[in-house]
Design a protein around this ligand. Sequence first.
Ligand code: AMP
Length: 313
Amino acid sequence: MTSSSKIQILRTVQQVRQWRHQSLINNQSVGFVPTMGALHQGHCSLVAQSLKENDKTIVSIFVNPSQFAPHEDLNNYPRTLDRDLEILSNQFKNKSIDAIFVPKISEMYPNGIVLEVDKQRGTFVTVHGSSEQLEGVTRPQFFRGVATIVTKLLNIVQPTRVYFGQKDAQQCVVIKNLVKDLIIPTEVRVMPTLRESNGLAMSSRNEYLSKEIKDKSSIIYKALCNGENYYNDKIINHNQNSVDSKKIIKEIYDLIKQEPDFDIEYIAVSHPETLEDLDQVTPGLGAIVSCAVKVPKENSNEKARLIDNIILQ
Ligand code: AMP
């Protein structure tokens, strides 16, 4: 990044507070996009929306340790700060973002942070009821970590609006509950999932995949669309009042199963607000249909875990 750039890089809580104070004095709205970096067009779509809706926009880049279990990919998570700063500086032509918050771990966790939950000390935020199902089944500490870091970030930035991607559907529900329950004066904005041309949801974790596996992984979105088509057909062409969730799940399962190296962790049809399993999907209420699939990583015996979802209306 050049020194003539208008974008301020803020590294401490104190610096963000000063920056925020100035916009408060000027009566300017502030949009905030929290990210873990390794930016792609999905992140950029959130930034673009924030630029549209707010006087000022701030993006954070922080790989949050507390949402990773000890066996997960914290150490290998893609970190591409120089490229990220480049993208944030050059991508937005009409209006520039104003600040990027890149804190050290010690800034966000002044008492330090270990990944083993039972050894952690201090204050953590748990959103009971929407954190345990779906992603929470195999990642029991994930949403506690997410809710904790988002609470800290919202306390620091105090944005008018905060932007999240529908790609992480359960995260959106958890954050909406968090903001409502803790009476945080910020509007939560959820933006559509951006996809590669083959339909694969953009994700920083796609960097783990070879071109071949990226191509094959497009089957995940195709399968979700099969589920959606099945639902729409029953409602529109067969005049059904509701559709059996198991049948929607089967449509999705049968297609993903055609990839022998893919492991389906879950496919779920959930209430859009509570995330409870739905036996039937009814127009009006609709549903979130989500899945997690493990696919082979490039040059490794390990698998990468991809998540995706669609909304039934
Ligand atoms: P992450 O850096 O993975 O924590 O993501 C930061 C934000 O970008 C989250 O709100 C994500 O939901 C959002 N995001 C990630 N991928 C996409 C995508 N493909 N489309 C839209 N938003 C996304």
